[in-house]
Design a protein around this ligand. Structure first.
Ligand code: GLN
Length: 493
């Protein structure tokens, strides 16, 4: 039999229904692939093989009784930020050592209710803070892609680096991820996979460890646009347990695949032509414009004048919310506890040992910008900038723009422990330059591979949609995917 891990979710779903193979066989194929690859790639921080086999067996029973759910028997990986009942859930932080929640996130509950199989928990930047997966307590993830003729280890992007690498290396059929400032879209771009950050409120945040609550959103990473549409349909729901979740029906996103973009208006924002952007990225963007034009879309030059303030404002709002959300990790209720002579010293010891360097930096920044005297100068101002950013987008959509096309990242994947980035956090933060605006405005954004760099690494384009315009994003992304083709790394592991 051909390698079952090669199948997309749509292909596996249809073959399972026809009885071409069993869900248990598909799950076994993935478990074997993980066992062989994980020592090299480090995408999984916990593999739940027995649990997966049990779930797959139950799927086979439901398939034979003609009771298959939308994702029946499909093996998925779960970002370590999602609470999974009685299973390792640590946001890849030392401070949550041995935390096994007695509850399940709404998004993963939805997936299991639709018949999906859980393979394990995926590596990520600690508390989702990072753009390279190097801040994980469990060590970096290695990108399955290598530059042509080189064996240098590259980062898969972050913070959902494990999700993106696992999907690219065929260590799961699809994965859950989260995106606060680009953590679905940037790793998708670095690994030749597709990732969508839905509109804020489309997926419930309940049971997802909070980073910055007004920006966090769950979404899938998949091997193609259709697979992301299938996954999002199951992940999204209204949830009474998350007051920010949207009480709106979830459309059949897969039905958008194959629809024409004739007459759609695609905006090209001039502010995304940033200084020092490489020729390759410029050329890729132009290719995307040409493909959509050929498919009948109208290309419109637009302006989003407050774009340049988005990154600095994000790096105030996100740490501010993080400093508040992370106050709960004090050694009392969960995870690590490092004793001290009294309770204050116990807090201090636990937090200084339990949090990594980047997380501490964010807590310090966040505490500073929220403190008396600085609140108005930083936090309040950043919130006002956020409103202006949102208004820029509102104006374009009111003027009839259906979706906006931009590059996903300013570069292709870079080397592990790249010195410049290691010593300069701002250089690392610049990875998010094209993605943070979308979170600040609460909009949906999809990243998909559109070509290769001259040394053979994947490069991504991003489409930004109107609030709850996910269907148009799938529709438009599929047109680009048809033109660009799909991209897979050469296996070296
Ligand atoms: N790289 C960004 C950060 O470090 C975004 C992270 C995310 O989206 N979770 O904050």
């Amino acid at each position: 039999m051909t390698d079952l891990t090669k199948l997309t979710i749509a292909e596996a779903r249809d073959a399972l229904k026809k009885g071409d193979f069993k869900a248990t066989e598909l799950t076994d194929a993935y478990i074997h692939a993980i066992e062989a690859a994980n020592p090299a790639i480090n995408a999984y921080v916990a593999v739940t093989a027995d649990h997966a086999r049990k779930m797959a067996k139950a799927s086979d029973e439901r398939i034979s009784q003609k009771k298959a759910g939308a994702l029946e028997g499909i093996p998925l990986g779960v970002k370590d930020l999602y609470a999974t009942y009685d299973i390792h859930t640590q946001a890849c932080s030392h401070i949550l050592d041995n935390f096994k929640p007695k509850y399940e996130s709404t998004v993963t509950s939805n997936l299991w209710a639709d018949g999906a199989v859980m393979l394990g928990k995926l590596n990520m930047d600690e508390f989702a803070m990072g753009s390279s997966n190097e801040t994980s307590y469990y060590g970096p993830v290695i990108n399955p892609w290598r530059a042509e003729g080189s064996d240098e280890k590259l980062v898969p992007g972050g913070s959902s680096g494990g999700s993106a690498a696992a999907v690219a290396a065929h260590l799961c059929a699809g994965a859950t991820a989260t995106d606060t400032g680009g953590s679905i879209r940037q790793p998708a771009a670095f690994t030749g996979t597709v990732g969508i950050k839905p509109t804020y409120g489309r997926c419930s945040r309940w049971g997802i460890i909070a980073f910055a609550s007004s920006l966090d959103q769950a979404g899938p990473i998949g091997r193609d646009v259709r697979d992301c549409a299938i996954l999002l349909k199951s992940m999204a729901s209204f949830d009474e347990k998350d007051s920010t979740s949207a009480d709106m029906p979830v459309p059949d996103y897969e039905a958008s695949i194959g629809k024409s973009v004739k007459g759609m208006k695609i905006g090209i924002p001039k502010e995304y032509r940033v200084d020092g952007m490489s020729e390759e990225i410029m050329a890729l963007w132009q290719k995307g414009i040409d493909w959509l034009k050929e498919a009948g879309a109208e290309i419109v030059n637009i302006s989003l004048p407050h774009t340049k303030y988005a990154l600095p404002a994000y790096y105030i709002v996100a740490p501010a919310e993080a400093s508040s959300n992370l106050a709960r990790y004090d050694g009392v209720r969960y995870g690590l506890r490092v004793p001290g002579k009294d309770i204050i010293e116990m807090y201090e010891n636990t937090r200084s040992e339990g949090f990594g360097h980047e997380v501490k930096r964010r807590i310090l920044i966040g505490t500073y910008v929220l403190s008396a005297g600085y609140y108005d100068a930083y936090y309040l101002k950043a919130q006002k900038v956020r409103t202006l950013i949102k208004q820029d987008f509102d104006k374009c959509f009111e003027a009839g723009i259906d979706a906006i096309l931009t590059p996903a990242t300013p570069t292709a994947a870079f080397g592990i422990a790249d010195k410049k980035l290691k010593n300069d956090p701002v250089a690392m933060y610049l990875n998010d330059i094209f993605t943070v605006t979308v979170n600040m405005a609460g909009l949906p954004g999809i990243s998909l591979p559109a070509g290769l760099s001259k040394n053979g690494l994947p490069l991504g384009l991003q489409l930004i949609g109107k609030p709850f315009g996910e269907e148009q994003l799938f529709q438009t992304a599929n047109i680009i995917e048809q033109a660009a083709g799909k991209f897979s790394p050469q296996k070296w592991w």
